[in-house]
Structures are given as C-alpha cells and as structure tokens.
Design a protein around this ligand. Structure first.
Ligand code: PMP
Length: 288
C-alpha cells in the first residue's frame, strides 16, 4: 500500500488569492499537510537502501504533521510507529496519529529538544528502530528542491508569470531551504526568499509547525528578508481564508498569507508571490 500512498503525494493545486498572490494547497496531500512530501521521499529512499524492513519500528520527534504523515506511512507499510511530541500540540493531531495506529510519547510543552533526545535514544538503544530524522536529514531539503520548487516554477510558467518571491515560515527549514536551492539552481536569483518568524518567543507562540526552538536545517543568512507575524494575526488570517475563500487551513498558512500580503504591499512586485497553505484547518478546531 505504501507505493499507492506515495502516488497521492505532491502535485498540489495552486490557488490565486490576490492580484500577485498565489498559494499552493498542501492540504491536498493524503494526510492533509506538506509533510507527506518528505515522509514519502525519505521513507522510499530508506526502503531502497534496506534501512526499513518488516521488523522496523518508525520513530520521530514532531510538532504533529510529520507524525501524522509517518503514522500513515507506517500503517501503509504495516510496521509500528512511535511519535514523540510536546503535549501542547493540538488534540486533533494526536487523535489522527492514534487512528493510524501510532503510539504517542509525550514531552513537556514546546520541548522539541527533549523530543529529539528521546528519539535519538530510541534509535540508538532499541533494536530495529529507524527515524526519518527530519530536523537533520538533508533529504528533507532535497525533497522540496525536487518537488515543491519545480511544481511552483512549472505552474507559474504555464500561466506566463514571473516568480517574484517565495514566502514561508520554517519548522525544520526543509521547505524554505529546498525551494531556495531550486531557485538558485535555476539561476533565478531575482526571486526573493522571505522568511517568517513568529513575533512571540519560540516557547509561547501559537503558530504550530514553525519556529520549534532552533533553526535546524535553515540557514538564515540565505534569506533575502524576514517578517515577524503575531499568533493573533496568523490565526485571524487563517479564519478569513475559510470565510472569504472557502479554504479551511491551519495557523501557519494564515501567517504565510499575512507576510506575503505585507511583502507585496511594500515591494509592489510585477511577478507572482508564492506561499504554501501547509495543512488542513480541521486539526485546529479545538483551539481556533
Ligand atoms: N507549517 C506547518 C503547519 C508545519 O507542520 C510545518 C512543518 N513542521 C511547517 C509549516 C514548516 O515546514 P518545514 O519543516 O519544512 O520548515
């Protein structure tokens, strides 16, 4: 079943939200988020390399979406999954992972360092435990260089549009660095990379999925500009995406759109500004 799961990942539609603003609907991936991309990519490579077999347990530290994607992949492969997650991530995320049959190990609120520590311990000490290691794995970046970046480029080309900017927050940093590497490989350096940082501290902001306490794969020096977005603005914008556009999406999607709109206002670009709507809104119902 895993091959069939992988066939459903990526090639997501891009919607126009304003005169220059386009957003890729990552909600169309099978578990409803951008993270299906890296899990299908990294797990496929691990199977090819012989690192995952019938007796393997998949394990990962995650703020939720990677855990949901890995839980679904594990279900499709018929192997157990253990997810280590801060206890303040939304209840819907937990329910989804449990429905896919995963075991959840809780760590204190926002403590990703502890989640990663436990993951590393399990991989080292338990037999046949394997992790996609999303916070360190260069294939996380490569996946977006080979899929997300080219998909955006092809979509804009087919509409006859130039690509002025890519706007995104960073959790692992995989999306931003991957798309940025693709842009560089195209020698399209006039396309700007705009990073979003939550206005509040990493320990207390509510934009789940971004700024998990460290930069991980992200190289901030490669960003052209940085925008700070508050949890309140992100949440309000995500509600408006549902009411005004019929797009029920998560909080990081709201943050992405807020920053993209600000960038457009300040830079008045001729070409398209592209962002991602990273996950479905259903997984935030208990907090929105
Ligand atoms: N938004 C959401 C909702 C996410 O779950 C993630 C991934 N944690 C991101 C944005 C950021 O993606 P990346 O890990 O590729 O930086």
């Amino acid at each position: 079943m895993f091959e069939e799961f992988c066939k459903c990942v990526g090639h997501t539609p891009m919607v126009r939200l304003g005169p220059n603003l386009y957003a890729k609907l990552e909600t169309f991936n099978p578990t409803g988020s951008v993270k299906d991309r890296i899990i299908s990519f990294i797990v496929e490579k691990a199977i090819e390399a012989g690192d995952i077999g019938d007796g393997t347990t998949l394990v990962e530290a995650t703020s939720g979406n990677t855990g949901i994607a890995l839980s679904a992949a594990g279900a499709a492969l018929g192997v157990p999954v253990k997810i280590i997650m801060p206890c303040n991530m939304s209840e819907e995320r937990r329910s989804m992972m449990k429905l896919y049959g995963a075991e959840i190990i809780d760590v204190p609120p926002s403590d990703f360092a502890r989640a990663i520590e436990i993951r590393n311990m399990l991989v080292l000490e338990e037999i046949d435990h394997w992790s996609p290691s999303q916070f360190e794995n260069q294939n996380n970046i490569l996946c977006h260089s080979l899929t997300t970046g080219p998909e955006i480029y092809d979509d804009l080309s087919s509409r006859g549009l130039e690509w002025s900017a890519f706007v995104s927050g960073a959790g692992t940093g995989g999306t931003m660095m991957g798309v940025r590497n693709f842009i560089k490989s195209q020698h399209a350096l006039s396309t700007k990379c705009v990073l979003i940082i939550p206005e509040e501290d990493a320990s207390c902001h509510g934009i789940q999925g971004i700024n998990d306490g460290a930069d991980f794969l992200l190289d901030v020096t490669m960003m052209d500009s940085t925008y700070r977005v508050s949890t309140q603005d992100a949440t309000q914008r995500s509600s408006l995406l549902a009411r005004d556009h019929g797009l029920l999406v998560g909080i990081s999607a709201g943050a992405n759109v807020v920053a993209a709109e600000r960038w457009i206002k300040e830079n008045n670009p001729e070409g398209a500004v592209v962002t991602l709507l990273c996950d479905r809104g259903e997984r935030y119902m208990s907090i929105l």
